[in-house]
Design a protein around this ligand. Sequence first.
Ligand SMILES: NC(=O)c1ccc[n+]([C@@H]2O[C@H](COP(=O)([O-])OP(=O)(O)OC[C@H]3O[C@@H](n4cnc5c(N)ncnc54)[C@H](OP(=O)(O)O)[C@@H]3O)[C@@H](O)[C@H]2O)c1
Length: 316
Amino acid sequence: MNTAQFGKKGWTPERIKDLSVKTFVITGTTSGTGFEAARILLSKNARVVMLNRNPKKAADTIAQLKQLLGNNIDVINITMDLGVQASVKKAAAEVLEKVVRIDALMCNAAIAQVPKHTITVDGWESQMGTNYYGNFTLQALLFPLIEKSKGRIVTVGSLGYDMGIKAIKFDDLNWDKDYTPNDAYSQSKLAQIMTIYELQDRLKAAGRTDVKAYACHPGSSRTNLINTSGSFMMKMIFGLMKLSPLTQPAENGAYPELMCATEPELDQTAFYGPTGRSNWVGPVGPHELKPHAKDKMAAKRLWDLSEKETGVSWNL
Ligand SMILES: NC(=O)c1ccc[n+]([C@@H]2O[C@H](COP(=O)([O-])OP(=O)(O)OC[C@H]3O[C@@H](n4cnc5c(N)ncnc54)[C@H](OP(=O)(O)O)[C@@H]3O)[C@@H](O)[C@H]2O)c1
């Protein structure tokens, strides 16, 4: 696939056909790209299961979506704190009770640029624990139903994978030494992307190719990301960036994950996002991925470590 195939505008949701009978599970829909992705899926008649940590915000989100799209939309929320393994496990069990199929699991939720070194209740640095281990467990636990549904796993990464140390810091995964918010966030997003390509390899080796796994990112989108967890300085910097053409509306930021969740005939080995200036904005399609995201030795090591750390096995 190349962007040209979708014309000058790149991939847009106009390509999504009617999604009646399809079910999408999406994390972090109370704002930003997750909200926009849920809205667009619902507007195409999909069933959407939202996984959010704050029940009040989730209820407000459903009310807002109903106001926009009407009362007949098929949407529920299941409470899940991605940064707490027990909560992820409970939510995954509830999803499996409530839905009979998953056409795509869209791993959209994340925290970013956490100013102070923080450790989760499970003992991991907060961005690694939330963005990486949370998703690792959620994906593994929902995998059997995704496989039965011949569905997809979509990881929302970040161009941050190519910032910071551009490697997995195996000797200090928790950043106990020299923590910096950006390096820790970047590592968590690199780990997320790396694991998607490792999953593809493992599925292929096991001959279990019914599930497709994709990695994408929203470029630089005007969302709440930095406002929620970033430092005062980061909020100032991103606040200024939001005024420039180097950012795009949250809706556009949702296109890559929507494409990966719905578009037939995508290349799993690609990395999807905006193809305009610096890959921050512009038409959506595949674009360059730096080789460190496919460092096979690191990916294998990280996968094995993650099964050990979380106690969750994919049984592939
Ligand atoms: N915006 C960008 O320019 C940009 C750039 C690169 C990558 N990304 C990626 O894009 C994705 C979406 O982010 P966004 O920009 O749309 O940010 P956002 O507006 O802050 O949305 C993030 C969503 O994740 C949820 N969330 C955060 N921590 C959670 C947890 N522990 N458990 C469950 N849900 C949690 C938030 O819920 P609450 O309302 O409860 O906080 C919110 O619904 C993220 O994966 C992010 O890394 C964004």
